[in-house]
Ligand binder design. Structure first.
Ligand code: TXA
Ligand code: MG
Length: 322
């Protein structure tokens, strides 16, 4: 099977994608963060196919996508007063909330956990698909497990083209990094993954400081694997990129403008030093460098404020080898 690619802006493409979801198939679709690999969240067989397609370990739960916060009772057990304020402020958008799960939601979605990660995506194509499919959609990032997440339809086709039935092409994802995951089942609330909503924004909304969960290689800590988003090429983070002295071809992933003398290839994430621009370009730049067959990639550190926290989180996991 080779995936069909249809323009996400066309009504007929959305209708076809919704039919596939309702029949238990897999559709890759754009969100504002990264492309997702979607299945009907209430169809355990379809969700199992998502795990299979990604070669994703069964201990790693999926995020459930909803059209609006009004649909929360379909998948979430209790109502939490904090959710209303967060939903008003950040949904639709790149925030995932971990909440107590309803028993009706198949266990495979949450990897047997008693909680579920839910978010309301902002991308018009994701919203159109959710509206047409009339079911919550469970969707991880549409990449093989452990590899860099896809921010274009071509990225999806490149790695998962033979296992997904349809790819909706909505162009490059505007945010470019996955959603921020905030656990409200943890006490106090805990950021499980930095992402498209800055931690500072969540802290202001909740009126408290938030800790970020430590990464781990323990399978009991889903979504926090130390090594993830990894390029095939070994990657190293540096404060001040200097021309490589050793043998071999080394690529530079620069945060700001650099000449890159001595490097075999250079990717500049943001000429203007904007973290938002850098986030949107990060994964595509990593993939381009990774495709060159280099001996190494040197990545320049960026400030860890706003989206910089998520950028550095992804770079550290890309650098970790275990
Ligand atoms: O931006 C995003 O969140 C994208 C788009 C497609 O929505 N999705 C995404 O999914 O990044 P994925 O599967 O690549 O990452 C989801 C992470 C997992 O690593 C998982 O461990 C964590 O969310 N997660 C999901 N449900 C959880 C739960 N109940 N408790 C703790 N972590 C959870
Ligand atoms: Mg992922």
């Amino acid at each position: 099977m080779s995936a069909r690619v249809l323009p996400a802006g066309e009504a007929e493409a959305i209708a076809e994608a919704a039919r596939i979801i309702r029949r238990g198939g897999l559709v890759a679709f754009p969100t504002e963060t990264v492309y997702g690999l979607g299945a009907n969240a209430f169809d355990a067989q379809a969700v199992a196919r998502v795990f299979e397609a990604k070669a994703r370990p069964a201990f790693d739960p999926l995020i459930v996508h909803l059209l609006s916060a009004a649909e929360l009772p379909r998948v979430v057990r209790a109502s939490d007063p904090r959710v209303t304020g967060l939903a008003e402020r950040f949904w639709p958008g790149p925030l995932t909330l971990v909440l107590p799960r309803r028993e009706e939601l198949p266990e495979i979605v949450t990897a047997g956990l008693d909680s579920v990660g839910v978010r309301v995506p902002a991308h018009p194509a994701a919203r159109a698909l959710l509206a047409a499919a009339e079911t919550p959609i469970a969707a991880p990032s549409a990449n093989p497990f452990g590899y860099v997440s896809p921010t274009t339809a071509a990225h999806v086709v490149e790695r998962l083209g033979d296992v997904v039935h349809l790819v909706l092409d909505g162009g490059p994802c505007p945010v470019g990094l996955e959603s921020t995951i905030l656990s409200l089942v943890a006490e106090p609330p805990l950021v499980l993954r930095p992402g498209g909503v800055a931690k500072e924004q969540l802290e202001r909304a909740l009126g408290r400081t938030l800790a970020v969960a430590a990464s781990s290689s323990r399978p009991t800590a889903p979504g926090q694997l130390a090594s993830h988003y990894a390029t095939r090429t070994p990657l190293r983070i540096v404060d001040d990129p200097r021309a490589p002295t050793g043998p071999g071809r080394v690529g530079l992933l620069a945060f700001g403008p650099r000449t890159g003398a001595g490097f075999a290839a250079v990717e500049v994430l943001a000429e203007d030093g904007s973290l938002t621009t850098a986030a949107a370009r990060l994964f595509a730049a990593l993939r381009r460098l990774d495709a060159l067959g280099l001996d190494g990639i040197v990545a320049e550190r960026c400030p860890e404020t706003g989206l910089g926290l998520a950028i550095m989180d992804r770079l550290r996991r890309a650098a970790a080898r275990d």
